[in-house]
Design a protein around this ligand. Structure first.
Ligand SMILES: Nc1ncnc2c1ncn2[C@@H]1O[C@H](COP(=O)(O)OP(=O)(O)OP(=O)(O)O)[C@@H](O)[C@H]1O
Length: 253
């Protein structure tokens, strides 16, 4: 059984169409990466899958009792707030010291339990947020641009921790990422979102797209090229059936 099954998920916020008939299912243990331009609905999609956003139409079915660990894009913590990592990880529910130590270790930051949350570096805080998500031994880990603002070694370490957690817990991972090396190397499936799913497929399929080759040919400019690829309008001139997208190099003109 799928962990999550979304059918024609449609979300409107403030009268604006944010997600248009998005269908996807998440299978146990798979890693799905969601890419797309700013404002394309990636965060909203994660929140809708969790059930934190009302749907205008469509449905989201979660496996009964599904345990989800969610790592937000960022969390602002007032540096003057006295709050240790241990206490932070015990909110809202008290957790045993051993469980906290285990989660911190899985996230690769054992030894931080006594530190002040407000004094952590960006990379440490993201790993503590990962530890928090891992505490509930999730079947599904959802991460919203978790390495934003981290340097390359810190990002790489973060993703290694995610992979280790998946290997260990067997959890599925759905993440939003702009880190295309990760997208291409660590994902079972890549979904490119632009209000609707504009293309999806195995990384190799996406990698065969000219836009992806442009990425590695042109360095960071290639990153922009990927995000600019054929992001066509949102009008559907078809009957709303399955998106026939397999790669990122098609257009719908
Ligand atoms: N509560 C809200 N009310 C109205 N519009 C909203 C609300 N939340 C988000 N939006 C709009 O929905 C669109 C999608 O936002 P979302 O954060 O899902 O995009 P995103 O792809 O995650 O963007 P980014 O890459 O910049 O993080 C944006 O245009 C945003 O302004």
């Amino acid at each position: 059984m799928s962990l999550i099954d979304a059918r024609d998920l449609t979300v409107r916020l403030g009268g604006t169409l944010i997600l248009d008939r998005v269908s996807l299912s998440v299978e146990p243990g798979e890693i799905i990466t969601i890419v797309g331009p700013n404002g394309s609905g990636k965060s909203t999609l994660l929140r809708a899958l969790i059930g934190a956003v009302p749907l205008a139409s469509g449905s989201v079915t979660r496996a009964p009792g599904l345990r989800i660990g969610y790592v937000p894009q960022r969390l602002h913590v007032d540096p003057s707030l006295p709050l240790t990592v241990r206490r932070f990880l015990s909110l809202p529910r008290p957790e045993a010291d051993a469980a906290i130590a285990d989660a911190l270790s899985r996230a690769g930051v054992e030894g931080l339990a006594g530190r002040q949350v407000g004094a952590l570096s960006g990379g440490q805080l993201q790993r503590v947020l990962l530890a928090r998500a891992l505490l509930g031994r999730p079947q599904l880990l959802m991460l919203d641009e978790p390495t934003q603002g981290l340097d390359q070694p810190a990002s790489a370490a973060f993703y290694r921790a995610i992979e280790a957690a998946r290997a260990d817990l067997g959890c599925a991972v759905v993440m939003v990422s702009h880190d295309l090396h990760v997208v291409m190397s660590a994902s079972d499936r890549v979904i490119c979102l632009n209000t609707h799913i504009c293309c999806e497929g195995h990384p190799e399929v996406v990698a065969s797209a000219p836009a992806y080759r442009a990425l590695f040919g042109d360095g960071t400019m290639g990153t922009l090229a990927l995000y600019r690829h054929h992001h066509h309008g949102h009008s559907h001139d078809d009957d709303g059936g399955p998106v026939p997208a397999q790669g990122c190099d098609h257009d719908h003109s």
